[in-house]
Design a protein around this ligand. Structure first.
Ligand SMILES: [Zn+2]
Length: 279
């Protein structure tokens, strides 16, 4: 289990499991001869992607960043992605109950980032998985999700967020807000137009849940974006802006889809190449 102290806070990774993604889609325009040196595909060209949520215990509040893929996928989606649905097991292994969560933050609303926001009760009604929590998500993302493009409409499942917006349990964010002391959001366009990273700061230390801007340690290079990115040139620009602060200030970067290395300090080696040495 990945857990460490960050100033006065304690942060831990809670995983919803891993799922298969097409290696070509995961690495966009990067040739397979290059990406397969970092990640081994299976015989169908699939690679394993993680579903890492970050739990921040500030001492006053328990904040959960991202809620994985959940357990409400359609049969058709399950054929492609499986449905590991391990997040609640990770909660009990960590000695945390869904009732303990005060705040849930979604960086964007793709199905593999907000799936456990809600679940179905015995009668089939959609209910919040974290009943006491205040939920937050980017407003622009929610507006886009109401009428997504043909290209990415499969990624948006209304049951993950619309019931929470309708009941007032989810607050929509502009970007830049401080949600709890030391926990704020910042918009990094590229993967989607309105995706927000979550910056966690305590005692002079900073961690950043960078979400799909840098999904794994294999994606740290500026040009190694995903085929899923809607605005690939903005991904490059956003990564530059992120590193301009994260590297000199030694931020801990949290990788949403890395199945084995959920966080690292991204830095430049002597040759100027970006590297993510193990913590
Ligand atoms: Zn996404």
């Amino acid at each position: 289990m990945h857990r460490l102290g960050l100033g006065e806070f304690e942060i831990s990774i809670l995983s919803d499991g891993t799922y298969p993604l097409d290696g070509g889609a995961f690495f966009g325009v990067i040739p397979k001869v290059m990406w397969s040196r970092k990640v081994q595909p299976d015989e169908r060209n699939y690679v394993a992607a993680g579903l890492n949520s970050l739990l921040v215990r500030t001492g006053r509040e328990n904040v959960l960043i991202e809620t994985g893929m959940g357990n409400k996928l359609s049969e058709r989606m399950i054929k492609f992605y499986g449905q590991p649905a391990k997040l609640l097991d990770a909660f009990s292994n960590a000695g945390v109950s869904p009732d303990d969560i005060d705040v849930v933050i979604n960086t964007h609303l793709h199905f593999d980032h907000c799936g456990w926001n809600t679940t179905r009760d015995r009668s089939g009604n959609i209910v919040p998985t974290f009943p006491r929590a205040k939920y937050y998500a980017p407003q622009g993302e929610w507006q886009y999700a109401r009428q997504p493009s043909e290209r990415d409409s499969i990624s948006y499942i209304s049951e993950n967020y619309d019931p929470l917006v309708a009941s007032g349990q989810m607050t929509l964010l502009q970007g830049g807000e401080e949600i709890a002391p030391g926990i704020s959001v910042r918009t990094f366009p590229g993967h989607t137009a309105h995706m927000q990273a979550v910056v966690v700061q305590s005692g002079g230390k900073t961690a950043c849940y960078i979400s799909d801007l840098i999904p794994t340690t294999a994606h740290i290079d500026l040009t190694w974006g995903m085929g899923f990115d809607l605005y690939p040139l903005q991904t490059v620009e956003s990564k530059k802006q992120y590193y301009a602060r994260s590297i000199p200030e030694n931020w801990l970067t949290v990788f949403t889809h890395d199945p084995s290395v959920p966080w690292a300090h991204v830095e430049r080696d002597n040759a100027g190449k970006l590297v993510a040495p193990a913590v």
